[in-house]
Design a protein around this ligand. Structure first.
Ligand code: HDE
Length: 714
């Protein structure tokens, strides 16, 4: 098992060798290294007073402010223009740097792109995760799709996989995107709701657009409320192509598989965290990287040779369909590690700009009608957001040379010497010359047909894969979908909307449709609207992705204390949890010292509580432990807040450990069957070399993993 310190070392080495990080350093200012410490204007003049606007006074300091004050005007003018348009979708996001590597050259049978075939390379990446619906200030834990956009700074130019945490999409043809986004975003008359799809317009649209049925199943499943960005799969969604040096082409789908497994919040937790800590996912990413628990994903491809394009009962260019892994297995070819947080949010995360059309030689597009439209849209939107020279911004510029005859435009950063800015020209030596040696080679494809506004026959089938997804889930995952759709439709007050959607659901699953209709006052079906094929596949349930060896790495574990607790136990627990890679947080009656048993008030011993009971709720932790200590347990039992802590965590299926008198408190707080209690905890048991906290009857790590992969229907 790699330890946290190995990870930190690896991060350090990778960060110092990362050419993109080196490139960003050229644009980075470190105010602490400013030799003069003098504050200046933007034009470089030292400022003697930045607190008082130049005024005409009566000698006592009052009087009109003067417009001639260039220093004040610059400060205000710069401030007035600090905002740029937020992304029309995916406005809320968090980013980090890292690197990508392939294991060997096994993908060379599909592509000649070195980034996917050269195992000696380490390619720098920048990844931005996002929600879709909410604005920049919305909460992280809302029910939504998550964006998973990766920029690879390859030696052949930038390659972007602008993906999501769900492998399919709501619509098949890009021309529907503005309608879809208008329907899901806050309604136009009152700009409500924020960060939610639970409203009439969204469900109206998807009810009338049944190609979204499959995607609705995914978003309403636990995938819509991930525990963290680090515990999500990522998918390129669209069908791309790979070209090999024999001139052959394969269709390809891209996948990211998280090392820690795929885990979600409970809906009640997600709702509460949205208020208690709206930055939960953003902070989680930062906390994991700075503590050395580096987020890691395996990279996999699914490939289909051109000759097999029409062999499937779905169209492989339809972005509302997956390629089931039984038919097209995943081939794991590499991995990505994130090892560096951003130095400043705006110039890195906010100005990062991705384009599906940015591929490198050996990678190409398909006729997927959603991808074709995306290839147009992203470049266009970056011009609105950042201006035509957006690719010169530090976060976006490639690490390989860029040289061409594109010039001018707002905010041009570069100065290109010479007389020539066109091709062909009389001075081509030393000028940018088109080159077939490494130049992007378009795949020679015969295209002939009738110009029409249509979609292929297989694009008309919308329910088989929605059924496949639903059939493949564990009972608790299905129950979560019933609850999620019922929540959403309950927020729709137009009966046309919720009645229609309950009918749509009956095309997927009779019991699902019936239960939702009962819950929301919809149309209760009497018989299924169509036959369910009954097929299932294990890879669609989150359970499939649980790590082989349960782990507590990067999990937040609280120790709930009152004065009079058992100090030796707490110290042993903290040491053991640290070995396992978890972070521990002491929650006590006050932020400050909590007194152990046998000590007097003010003795100066004990542990420092990170938060008081009101300061952080159980929702913000993965598990918690109540140590022994008679006085401490009695105080906890008398406190409504700590009782609430335990009951709430239990309701969210959290792993809860208790020792000695802590057990009695636990019994009092939740007297329910099925609670496993930790007793007879021994120091040697809690410092297991596997980083697993084992206590005879109770295993914090597997309990935590269990909760996050299994959950419970509330
Ligand atoms: Fe996007 N999408 N999208 N999208 N998308 C944008 O580009 C668009 C789609 C995705 O962190 C915009 O820079 C169209 C699918 C991510 O900066 C915009 C269509 C998938 C991000 C845009 C789609 C995505 C965006 C807004 C349908 C999953 C955030 C700001 C044809 C594979 C990237 C921007 C970041 C952002 C257009 C559908 C993922 C307007 C036209 C499918 C992760 O250009």
């Amino acid at each position: 098992m790699s330890t946290v310190s190995d990870a930190v070392k690896q991060a350090f080495t990778a960060a110092t060798q990362n050419p993109k990080v080196a490139d960003l350093h050229r644009a980075t200012i470190d105010p602490s290294a400013n030799p003069t410490k003098g504050l200046t204007t933007d034009h470089g003049v030292f400022v003697s007073d930045t607190d008082n606007w130049l005024k005409v006074t009566d000698g006592e300091g009052t009087g009109p402010s003067l417009l001639e004050d260039q220093i004040a005007r610059e400060k205000i003018h710069r401030f007035d223009h600090e905002r740029i348009p937020e992304r029309v979708v995916h406005a809320r996001g968090a980013g980090a740097h890292g690197y990508f590597k392939v294991y060997d050259d096994r993908a060379s049978k599909y592509t000649y792109a070195p980034v996917l075939t050269d195992a000696s390379r380490t390619t720098p990446v920048f990844v931005r995760f996002s929600t879709v619906q909410g604005s920049r200030g919305s909460a992280d834990t809302v029910r939504d799709v998550r964006g998973f956009a990766t920029k690879f700074y390859t030696q052949e130019g930038n390659w972007d996989i602008v993906g999501n945490d769900i492998p399919i999409f709501f619509i098949q043809d890009a021309i529907k995107f503005p309608d879809f986004v208008h329907a899901v975003k806050p309604e136009p008359h009152n700009e409500v709701p924020q960060g939610q799809s639970a409203h009439n317009n969204f469900w109206d649209f998807v009810g009338l657009q049944p190609e979204s049925a499959h995607m609705i199943m995914w978003v309403m499943s636990d995938r819509g409320i991930p525990r963290s960005f680090r515990m999500m799969q990522g998918f390129g969604v669209n069908t791309f192509t790979l070209m090999n040096s024999a001139g052959e082409r394969h269709f390809v789908k891209f996948h990211w598989l998280p090392e820690l497994g795929v885990h979600s919040l409970m809906w009640d937790e997600a709702l509460k965290i949205a208020g208690q800590d709206p930055d939960f996912h953003r902070k989680d990413l930062e906390e994991a990287i700075t503590s050395g628990a580096l987020p890691k994903w395996k990279f996999a491809i699914q490939t289909i040779p051109e000759s097999r394009e029409h062999e499937f009962d779905f169209d492989i260019l339809d972005a509302t369909k997956i390629w089931p892994e039984e038919l097209v297995p995943l081939q794991v070819i590499g991995e990505m590690v994130l090892n560096r947080t951003v130095d400043e949010f705006f110039p890195e995360t906010e100005q990062a700009a991705f384009c599906t059309s940015h591929v490198v030689p050996g990678i190409g597009f398909s006729d997927d009608p959603l991808l074709q439209g995306r290839n147009f849209s992203y470049f266009d939107t970056q011009i609105t957001r950042l201006g035509v020279n957006w690719q010169e911004l530090p976060i976006n510029r490639p690490v390989c040379p860029v040289l061409n005859n594109q010039r001018d435009g707002q905010m041009r950063h570069k100065i290109t010497k010479g007389q020539i800015n066109y091709w062909p020209n009389r001075l081509e030596i030393g000028r940018p010359v088109p080159t077939s040696d490494g130049g992007y080679a378009d795949f020679a494809q015969r295209v002939a047909g009738i110009k029409q506004r249509v979609r292929g026959a297989k694009f008309q089938e919308h329910y088989k894969q929605a059924q496949l997804f639903y059939n493949s889930l564990a009972p608790h995952e299905k129950a979560h979908i019933v609850n999620a759709i019922s929540f959403e439709l309950s927020h729709c007050d137009d009966s046309v909307v919720y009645e229609l959607y309950s009918k749509i659901l009956n095309n997927i699953d009779f019991e699902l449709a019936k239960q939702v209709a009962i819950n929301v006052g919809g149309v209760i079906p009497e018989a299924p609207a169509r036959e369910n094929h009954g097929n299932a596949t294990p890879t669609l349930s989150q359970l499939y992705y649980a790590p082989k060896v349960p782990t507590i790495v990067s999990r937040r574990i609280a120790i709930l204390l009152a004065d009079g607790f058992n100090l030796a136990e707490v110290e042993a627990l903290r040491a053991a949890l640290k070995v396992g890679g978890a972070t521990t947080w002491i929650i006590g009656p006050r932020r400050g010292w909590v007194r152990p048993s046998g000590e007097k008030i003010g003795s100066g011993t004990g542990v420092w509580a990170d938060h008081h009971y009101e300061g952080q709720r159980s929702t913000l932790f993965d598990a918690f432990i109540i140590p022994s200590g008679a006085e401490h347990a009695q105080s906890l039992a008398k406190n409504g807040r700590t009782i609430h802590w335990v009951r709430e965590a239990f309701g969210h299926c959290k792993a809860i450990g208790a020792i000695g008198e802590g057990v009695a408190f636990l019994h009092e707080a939740v007297i329910l069957p099925g609670v496993q209690l930790a007793t007879n905890m021994k120091n040697d048991a809690v410092t297991s070399s596997y980083g697993v906290v084992t206590t005879g009857q109770y295993d914090v790590s597997s309990a935590a993993a269990h909760k996050f992969s299994i959950g419970r229907s509330e």
